[in-house]
Design a protein around this ligand. Structure first.
Ligand SMILES: Cc1cc2nc3c(=O)[nH]c(=O)nc-3n(C[C@H](O)[C@H](O)[C@H](O)COP(=O)(O)O)c2cc1C
Ligand code: SF4
Length: 436
């Protein structure tokens, strides 16, 4: 029998992973206010390791407290976080699964701010266009501090025995805020031309290489097409042509793989591509009502019957009809331009679709977020020969909007026999507790 490409190992410069289907980054408020990690996060990640994913890409892990987007996410901003990450890595490794930590900084984009600071730091001083969160334009000293923090984050991840790091250079967070022609309005050497806008991330890559050497896996998640104008009045932002250039520079600077995503902010109609469950969204959004200049306006807009419906219609129009593999054309373009492996995220949940994409040279592997939240054993089901899970992810995006206030999990009640079963499954992440 010919071997199944999904289960062929994928080789990077200094890392080998057993298969081509990985868990994509998913954030949830499992941890403590101060950024120290909890048993619930370990339980959460182990679910996917047990389910057969080749590697797990962590949630958004802030490299500085001022770079966080929500309290309750484990951070990697100081050395005393290392033991937690070491334990998490060890528990994931028990299931022959790799763990790659996503080094992140939110810049001007966030969900709920903590008590330690008021304004975010960014390439610009324009507030974020979705919620109106204010920010300060970074000074060169602050830029250097952030570059150093990314390097130190990578050093801590290596010291914790993890398998590599990913730069969160996608979806509107700080690295995107420098890369993006829609967001970056600087007039110094960090703004203007594409080369100048890429200076920040390339300095980050070099700082990481200085700290961890050449034999520690480093990949970059990038929004290859930004479409910042999808729901806002911002310009369109970077195109695939711009991103292909950036990916070539990233490879030259020492990046080992590219992870293709989309959308110049988060959430975006095309990331995670799906529905907009307005009622749940309104409920979750009330916790943000007074935090940004536009949040109260948005809340009223979403709550209004007609305006809420119109907003959702626009969201669906901007999303388009194709969900599964919607970034494949972009990852294909990147793959043709670089010689390092390329991963693609966006809607995957059918074995034959993934196989076809890899066989066609559109990517070397895929990463999955929601369909694994819905079916954490999806990769094992593929291994058993199923093309899809019996109860697939509906792309309803309830998991996404619930996460602001509630534990991460699948909230599509139609996928469960009862509401009680759904809640039981969501709460299972708290077992075992830290005290058992
Ligand atoms: C609840 C939720 C949390 C997410 N958190 C992150 C994150 O922390 N970092 C990140 O890069 N992407 C994050 N994403 C995006 C996913 O990693 C993924 O790229 C995107 O959802 C598309 O994949 P999918 O269609 O398989 O869900 C998140 C998505 C969801 C639904
Ligand atoms: S709530 Fe469940 S079904 Fe809906 S998008 Fe999330 S994981 Fe998929």
């Amino acid at each position: 029998m010919p071997t199944d490409i999904l289960f062929e190992p994928i080789k990077f410069r200094s890392l080998e992973v057993k298969n081509r289907v990985w868990r994509s980054n998913v954030s949830g408020r499992f941890d403590n206010y101060d950024g120290s990690g909890n048993q619930a996060r370990i339980n959460w990640e182990v679910k996917f390791a047990k389910g057969g994913a080749g590697a797990i890409l962590s949630s958004f892990v802030p490299v500085l407290m001022r770079g966080r987007i929500m309290p309750g996410y484990a951070t990697i901003d100081r050395d005393d976080t290392i033991p937690f990450w070491r334990e998490l890595g060890k528990r994931v490794h028990e299931h022959d699964c790799k763990f790659i930590l996503q080094l992140s900084h939110g810049g001007r984009q966030r969900d709920i701010q903590g008590i330690e600071w008021d304004k975010g730091l960014s390439s610009t001083d324009k507030p974020d266009p979705l919620h109106g969160f204010e920010c300060e334009r970074m000074t060169k000293g602050q830029i250097q501090e952030a570059v150093e923090a990314f390097g130190e984050g990578a050093r801590r991840a290596r010291d914790a025995g993890l398998d590599g790091v990913e730069l969160h250079g996608a979806n509107g967070y700080l690295i995107t805020q420098f890369l993006s022609s829609a967001i970056n309005d600087r007039t110094d050497e960090y703004g203007g031309s594409l080369e100048n806008r890429a200076r920040f991330v390339l300095e980050v890559v070099r700082a990481i290489r200085r700290k961890v050497g050449d034999d520690f896996h480093l990949q970059m998640k990038i929004s290859t097409t930004e479409l910042c104008n999808a729901m806002t009045r911002e310009p369109r932002g970077n195109t695939i042509k711009d991103s292909v250039e950036v990916c070539k520079w990233l490879q030259q600077a020492g990046v080992d793989a590219i992870h293709c995503s989309t959308g110049g902010y988060f959430a975006h109609p095309r990331n995670p591509a799906g529905d907009l469950p307005i009622e749940e969204f309104v409920k979750a959004y009330d916790s943000m009502v007074s935090s940004g200049a536009k949040t109260y306006r948005n809340y009223r807009l979403l709550r209004g019957k007609l305006t809420g419906r119109l907003f959702r219609q626009r969201w669906l129009k901007e999303r388009g009809d194709v969900i599964e593999g919607l970034n494949l054309a972009d990852s294909h373009a990147v793959k043709k331009a670089v010689s390092i492996p390329v991963l693609c995220t966006g809607g995957f949940q059918t074995a034959s679709v993934i196989r076809k994409a890899i066989d066609a040279g559109q990517c070397d592997g895929v990463t999955i977020a929601r369909s694994l939240i819905a079916n954490p054993n999806l990769v094992e089901l593929f291994r058993q020969g199923l093309d899809r899970a019996p109860k697939p992810c509906s792309y309803c995006n309830r998991c996404l909007v619930q996460v602001v206030e509630n534990p991460l999990g699948c909230y599509d009640a139609a996928r469960f026999d009862s509401r009680e079963e759904m809640v039981r499954e969501i709460m299972s992440v708290y077992q075992p507790s830290a005290f058992q």
